[in-house]
Design a protein around this ligand. Sequence first.
Ligand SMILES: NC(=O)c1ccc[n+]([C@@H]2O[C@H](COP(=O)([O-])OP(=O)(O)OC[C@H]3O[C@@H](n4cnc5c(N)ncnc54)[C@H](O)[C@@H]3O)[C@@H](O)[C@H]2O)c1
Length: 345
Amino acid sequence: MRALVAGAAGFLGSHLCDRLRRDGVTVLGLDNFCTGSRQNIIHLEHDRDFEFIEHDITQPIDASAAGQVDVIFNLACPAAPLAYQRDPLFTLETNYGGVRNLLELAREKEATILQASTSEVYGNPTLHPQVEDYWGNVNCFGVRSCYDEGKRVAETLMLEYGRRYGIPIKVVRIFNTYGPRMDPEDGRIVATFIVQALQGRPITIFGDGSQTRSFCYVDDLVDGLVRMARSEPSFTGPVNLGNPAEFTVLEAARLIKKMTGSSSPTINDVLPQDDPRQRKPDISLAEAKLGWHPRVSFEQGVARTIEYFRAVTGSRPDPCRRLSAANGCADPDSPRRAARAAVMR
Ligand SMILES: NC(=O)c1ccc[n+]([C@@H]2O[C@H](COP(=O)([O-])OP(=O)(O)OC[C@H]3O[C@@H](n4cnc5c(N)ncnc54)[C@H](O)[C@@H]3O)[C@@H](O)[C@H]2O)c1
């Protein structure tokens, strides 16, 4: 069994590579490092059954260079709002041209292909919790639409390639996932709060913090991806993967503050445009079809994530700087940082 993991140097992709290697699967990782980091896969450098190519999926993939491919996991896409809003056209292209290139490869290799879709396809949901046959409430003209609509068209592409060419397709809709190797600079809640708390900086809450999120620990999520890839061929999804335990953003901040023993104050900032009010997956389908449900509680997962960021903080005073350096943007005045700051404003 040989798997191609697109987005291998990212947060989820790197954990997926680790899990596949533990399962004895040979892995070909692929990434363009636009949001990922070499640091995330450096421990696989001397693993003879892990190969890596630097490649942007918006460019066609050389099928002969890829070699044997039995299954493709497509996780290649900037996932944090700050990251995907930095270059919306690139985000759209990654989700259309990029997904199409991977589908063409799957067709040529007769491989199963799994697409990492997202709870964002539900937009700002009017149905709670979200079930897979809910069509969503997406603003197709807003700042998040390059990602939300990009992921929606990627699902459609998967479906149409499956229909036309009989490719075994799998679509998972991932809800907020957290854990070690997240980029604490990209604005995603758990890593941002933990690093702010560890550094004694104010914990920034957008709006009044009453909006809810459901947080899934990375190991649980990766297990869901693997189960989905191995599921019966007729089961295409889409299937929700996430932890249904629901927290307000304020509750998450308070828990993280307590668990880090931090004295950071919490401050409020303006709620970003189209920020969803509620997020909670209905995972009945994943339970029935994949025998999957999350096992790691939020407290357990946060404890493991704090441990990781403490270790990173221990090696250098500022984990943000260290991880940025790994991403190739160590200079605080780099264009990439400037772009991030511009989006944040
Ligand atoms: N983490 C979550 O909570 C979450 C939630 C919903 C969906 N997802 C989806 O899961 C996938 C992985 O998310 P993540 O959290 O690991 O994000 P991430 O940004 O850490 O990882 C994405 C990886 O894809 C790479 N990439 C982006 N565009 C590429 C391109 N055109 N060609 C090649 N590589 C490219 C990046 O460099 C990065 O390594 C994404 O598709 C995302 O939409 C994640």
